[in-house]
Design a protein around this ligand. Sequence first.
Ligand SMILES: *[C@@H]1O[C@H](CO)[C@@H](O)[C@H](O)[C@H]1NC(C)=O
Ligand SMILES: *[C@@H]1O[C@H](CO)[C@@H](O)[C@H](O)[C@H]1NC(C)=O
Ligand SMILES: *[C@@H]1O[C@H](CO)[C@@H](O)[C@H](O)[C@H]1NC(C)=O
Ligand SMILES: [Zn+2]
Length: 544
Amino acid sequence: MCNHRWFLLGLLVCFASVTTADEYHARLLVPRSVKSARATEEQTTEYWIDKAQSILADKLEQSSRLNTNRAKNIILFLGDGMSVHTITATRAFLGDSSEQVSFEQFPYTGLSKTYSVNKLVPDSACTSTAYLSGVKANYGTIGVTAQVPKNDCEAGIDNRTHTESIAKWAQDAGKWAGLVTTARVTHASPAGVYAHTANRDWETDSKIKSSGCVSGTEQNVDIASQLVEWPVGKNLRVIMGGGRRNFIDEEELDEEGIEGKRSDGRNLTAEWLADKYEQGASAAYVWNKDGLLNVNLDKTEYLLGLFSSSHCPYHGDLEREGLTETVPSLSEMTEAAIQLLNNNDKGYFLFVEGARIDMAHHSTRAHRSIEDTAEFARAVELARKMTNEEDTLIVVTSDHSHTMTINGYPTRGSDIFGLAPMTADDNLPYTVLSYANGPGFSKTYSTKKGRRDLSDADLDDPKYRYMATVPLDSETHGGDDVGVFASGPYAHYFSGNYEQTNIPALMAYAADIGPFAKSALAAKDVKATKNFSGANKIMEPSKE
Ligand SMILES: *[C@@H]1O[C@H](CO)[C@@H](O)[C@H](O)[C@H]1NC(C)=O
Ligand SMILES: *[C@@H]1O[C@H](CO)[C@@H](O)[C@H](O)[C@H]1NC(C)=O
Ligand SMILES: *[C@@H]1O[C@H](CO)[C@@H](O)[C@H](O)[C@H]1NC(C)=O
Ligand SMILES: [Zn+2]
């Protein structure tokens, strides 16, 4: 019998062969890897009061000297599909302390509303337009206004519908711009930096043709070509991620013997290099980690790194599949990018995407998603160490949420990938992490037997598909707001709950560039629209 449900953590030895149905509907399961934790100190009042007092001291210190320096550098970290649940689960994965996910320690936090013009739950394409250009648009489109419906062959060509990204504002101000992603560099999120298209899938000319829109100079230009030919893409100083296949023809093989996806016979990598050499610039194309390590980052003006035919591997798989010497991690790419961009006296804008947090969620493989989030947090930590908060604004956010929840009253310190401590009303166990929909459905229900017994589920397998209520080939995004974490100049402006489109506006204001430069605001005579109540307004010192 398991009457002593509140035994000291770590001493749970109640094996659940008998169900105390009268008291609880559920059986008590033995939690995996219970850590004895800081249970003792957490039992005292002092611990919590001391903790809160030190937070207050930090707040007082912060509000006495708001950072209103001009941001020389801006780094936008985008955890694709990194919902608040994902961050919390990653914290538990990293050790269940309140200070494990690096950017949770940033001084200012806000919430971003991610809906698009036509969908309450958006995708990574229209949201990239929002958080990079400051304009909400239609699902599936990139770098164009909502006048362009997804897939419209005509509307997206009209450059009056094209939006400008913060990378352009930065370039116009003499800053360098770059992007780093674990997805193909032509995938939806990074494409928001430089591309304009009615369909996120038009990464190559062949995709435009197969969708019925003719590709050509006067027609729709594929995303990879835009990256190499159009002004913003062409001027990017750093482009790192996956996606070699979109740079070469389907008849050709890349460095690893994998065929390309283009049908126009072009080698965009060669064209990219030729363009830089023509300008007399020092440029490097690399396709593996060795290549990257051999680049002299202090002497290189343009760097293109394509480390995979399609997306880069999941972070956890780098080690499991012995790829750590072949493919650079997100942190390693980030480090190289910052080092190169640092060579510009006027500063830089860098976009860094942890792209596969989202893809793992789509397959309800929570374990992989959380490993990728942990690596994303490491990349943020590294960037913060390499830069100075006096002149560098770092913003960490996500494009949209996912449907994963943390549920079932898991015991503190128990394995986040494990089972909830009690069985459900059907006497079967269930996992702490589960999804509203997705391919995990087949692991959850059997057509003949109903809900499956997960007692022997291999929850140590990083490819394990977590439970899902509704059958779907690919789990959907979620519609809840996502977090925004900021550090550096004007980081305090990032608190509150606001449109996702405010993010580039606030970043540009801090850097004094684009339509949100102080001069641009003054020229339009932009004034406050709200009177905030409260006598004790914080007056900001206006220093440059
Ligand atoms: C838009 O395209 C037209 C025709 O190609 C060109 O003349 C014009 O300069 C472009 N405008 C912008 C803002 O790029
Ligand atoms: C494409 O161009 C790059 C850079 O010149 C070269 O390294 C690569 O081998 C070329 N790929 C193919 C398939 O021709
Ligand atoms: C804010 O308050 C001032 C002074 O009371 C008033 O003149 C102004 O019209 C108000 N602005 C708005 C937007 O309500
Ligand atoms: Zn997605």
